[in-house]
Design a protein around this ligand. Sequence first.
Ligand code: Q46
Ligand code: ZN
Length: 311
Amino acid sequence: MKCRRCREPAIIELRRHNAGFCRDCFVRHCREQVRRAIDEFSMMQPGEHVLVAVSGGKDSLGLWHLLRELGYDADGLYVGLGIGDYSESSASYARAFAHEHGAQLLEIDLVDTYGFDIPEGSLAARRVPCSACGLSKRHVFNEAAMTHGYDVLATGHNLDDEAAVLFGNVLRWQTEYLGRQHPVLPAAPGFVRKVKPLIRLGERELAAYCVVHGIDYIVEECPMAEGNRHLGYKEALNAIEERSPGTKAAFVSTFLERVHSRFVDEATGVRDDLRPCTTCGSPTPPSAAGVCAFCRIRARATGATIPVTAS
Ligand code: Q46
Ligand code: ZN
């Protein structure tokens, strides 16, 4: 197979684009997809101070590299979740990248800063690990970006992730989540702007991007991922994509073009009703009796006494 752009031998075939690319044209393709996503959704402006949430995996390290290549002033944020050797190892990949590229890495350890780790938090809150973990990461990312004065928080969600989340939200008709599912969540009181610049790139492309740049990333899956519903959704979508390449991209892009706006009002209404958490100040729904979900998990895991009246 030859490269679509320059006719040199291709190193990767992208069936969704019905094309192959050589190394240089593939790198250019990845940059172009990120640049287009940033422009299309007005994610950020040159000169803004960007914080990239990095896990040590291919997506977030690839994103960090891509943003820096595109000229953005992007620092990394690594949150230590306390998931045994997995966390130790993933931190070392994030640190190695920062060291090698002369980039700034902010590190926050959940145990040191908040007094609990994800295994304890999920047990204490009786939530599946990924639920306690996702919620904690969202809280810590937002808090860190706000505290350190960043303009925007970028996460490494790729096309496969977004398609799987969308699939789950549609299967259960979670309309509020559908209204919130967008590559840009604008800043609001208590919230930094959040963006997903990898929305146009798939998992395979990120893995290949890291390989061609010699970016080392953690390959092992998180040991607590078992039971994560999105893994099943990904498998189902992969089976569909195999038969008709391009379905995932069409699913996500058509949703954003034609469907998302129908659910925005519901999501905005929920956001407008948020009130500062009485413990940490983060925006929280009135139904939570004043204490945000993160502070409730933290209180249960650490045995701290805070006024917890709702579950
Ligand atoms: S780290 Fe956390 Fe993921 Fe592990 S516990 Fe689940 S959400 S799988 S990206
Ligand atoms: Zn709180």
